[in-house]
Design a protein around this ligand. Structure first.
Ligand SMILES: C[S@@+](CC[C@H](N)C(=O)[O-])C[C@H]1O[C@@H](n2cnc3c(N)ncnc32)[C@H](O)[C@@H]1O
Length: 249
């Protein structure tokens, strides 16, 4: 079993037994999957998580100390295998990136890529992004938050699990710097409508594409595994890029 090989540094709460270690939030945007780690992913976790991982804690991070430099910080939530996270880190050496993901195989896969490319501007946190934002990120700290292809929770009775809700938007807004950006992308039409509605009733954000409009897919946004899957299924992809509204505007 995967657990037998885990190093003590790994957050073992992320499979099977995550609920007891998490805070009182009762509805989560993920389910804990017992996905198997490949040997390479497992080795990457054992060898590189101590270097690139940040253990979950309830104390706000000192971001400059964490990266040993002052630079804009972007956070990608639910980075999956790290396709976009790694590409953004390579494209933006002057940016510090924090990737947050629950799923251990994705953590392992991303670590393999980080190590192979010797990326010094990426750190990973294996925990629920809502807890991370609320407890580990000080107010007005992040330049961008990226949410690419979040779990769509298709069934109506599961919509409450969708991460884009007012609590999420308010939390992200409080952690963004002035002019900070929240960029969401989805290939699930119903979730795109849902996101548009949630943004439209939230006073903290302004649509960079104009009220009610979708953004043009930016060329720089890396193609992820889930976006490719959406293309194969013939889904249209929707980008929503919202900026923090200036106080008084
Ligand atoms: C549909 S996948 C998309 C992965 C990747 N962004 C892509 O485009 O290929 C959504 C990912 O979000 C992660 N996730 C969902 N809710 C999360 C949360 N609250 N905190 C951290 N990760 C989360 C899941 O584990 C999953 O890997």
């Amino acid at each position: 079993m995967v657990e037998q090989h885990r190093p003590p540094t790994l957050d073992t709460s992320t499979e099977r037994s995550i609920e007891p270690r998490l805070t009182s939030r009762s509805i989560r945007s993920f389910v804990v999957r017992n996905g198997r780690l490949t040997r390479a992913q497992q080795q990457a976790v054992e060898a590189h998580l101590p270097e690139y991982g940040i253990p979950y804690s309830e104390t706000p991070l000192n971001l400059s100390a964490l990266f040993n430099r002052d630079a804009p910080v972007w956070m990608e939530i639910g980075f999956g295998n790290g396709d976009a996270l790694l590409a953004m880190a390579k494209q933006n050496p002057d940016v510090n990136l924090i990737g947050v993901e629950i799923h251990t195989p994705g953590i392992g896969q991303a670590l393999m890529g980080i190590e192979a490319a010797q990326l010094s501007n990426v750190r990973l946190i294996q925990h629920d992004a809502m807890d991370v934002l609320q407890n580990m990120i000080a107010p007005a700290s992040l330049a961008k938050v990226l949410l690419f292809f979040p779990d769509p929770w298709r069934k109506k009775r599961h919509h409450k699990r969708r991460i884009v809700q007012q609590e999420f938007l308010n939390t992200v807004a409080s952690r963004l710097l002035n002019e900070g950006v929240l960029h969401c992308a989805t290939d699930w039409a119903d979730y795109a409508q849902w996101m548009k509605h949630e943004f439209s009733i939230n006073p903290a954000f302004i649509n960079t594409a104009g009220t009610g409009n979708e953004a043009v897919r930016p060329d720089w946004r890396p193609l992820t595994r889930f976006e490719q899957r959406g293309h194969r299924l013939g889904h249209e992809v929707c980008d929503l890029i919202f900026k923090l509204r200036e106080a008084g505007s």
